[in-house]
Ligand binder design. Sequence first.
Ligand SMILES: *Cc1c(COP(=O)(O)O)cnc(C)c1O
Length: 366
Amino acid sequence: MFTNVMKKHNYSAGPCILPQEIFEKSAAAILDFNNSGLSLLEISHRSKDFVAVMDEARALVLDLLNLTGKGYQALFLHGGASLEFLMVPNNLMKANGKAAYLDTGTWASSAIKEAKAFGETVVVASSKSENYKHIPKDYTVPADADYFHCTSNNTIFGTQMKIFPTVNIPMVCDMSSDIFSRVLDFSKFDLIYAGAQKNMGPAGTTLVVVREAILGQSGRNIPSMLDYQKHITAESMYNTPAVFPIYASLLTLQWLKNLGGIAAIEKINSAKAQLLYNEIDRNPYFEGVAATEDRSDMNATFLLKDEIHAPIFDALWKEARISGLAGHRSVGGYRASMYNALPLESVEVLVSVMQDFEKKIAGMNL
Ligand SMILES: *Cc1c(COP(=O)(O)O)cnc(C)c1O
């Protein structure tokens, strides 16, 4: 459809790259949805065709996460991952209870800030004093907390949790930037949430996967729109859902399923990450930011050893049609976000740019 558009190598941290076929199929559905003579955008969300989209998307989420028939519900809500920061304590923290949080980055600390508005919020460990370069590992989760909250992938700092603690209280995880990217025992988690725009679809919807049995115990008065149980009862249509982001997310989930599911994409994701980290470690002009053992397969953060060469490197990657490589302002340097849809070829291009840069600087220093 868009054959004369030359796609850039898109390293954007979010909203981010999606498979090209999702752009094409969802664009087609805006013009004519299911040969109905109507746009996806001008039909009722309660029409048979859209209810089928919602049902399939919810079922496919559980299928891909291997949670079908295990007491979980998938919801497509509004408000981004940021609204989950307060929906989680509102639904799970008891009126005089407390919650436990692991502080591994900016998003984790935003979640902590919201929880504090609801009650006692214990930070079990934090790597803030080292600008979140690593994931704290030595901590204990209080057994009397109402839930434990962690962030599986720290989008800004480029760290990723490789192991999760075993706790005997509900475990909640913000998986916004690595959901569907690697195989985990998802049944270890009682509530998972993710803004769509990092690895699943366009901005505008938030995925929540919740084990239904943990709900209804906080004793709090929960406003309807913030009540997971109400959304479950309404089959994720308590109010008008974000029809387009959900449809595009469904297409991404189908794409992933056809590819072989999470196990298949995980292989590709680790190949991409290994290729880039090998170059960061080998190339004398670069250095990684995150602690090696905590490096994220999704977001690689790295610096030039000598900032003075930044204009040369920046010109080279831009010339190679790479986009979105600038680091977050709180880390500086560069961040390569390698979400599911980023092809290996884009990483090969980046690595060859880094090698060209090395030759150029080595030549200048002669
Ligand atoms: C981007 C991001 C968020 C914020 O998501 P919104 O949907 O913009 O609210 C939260 N957590 C993590 C880990 C993120 O990467």
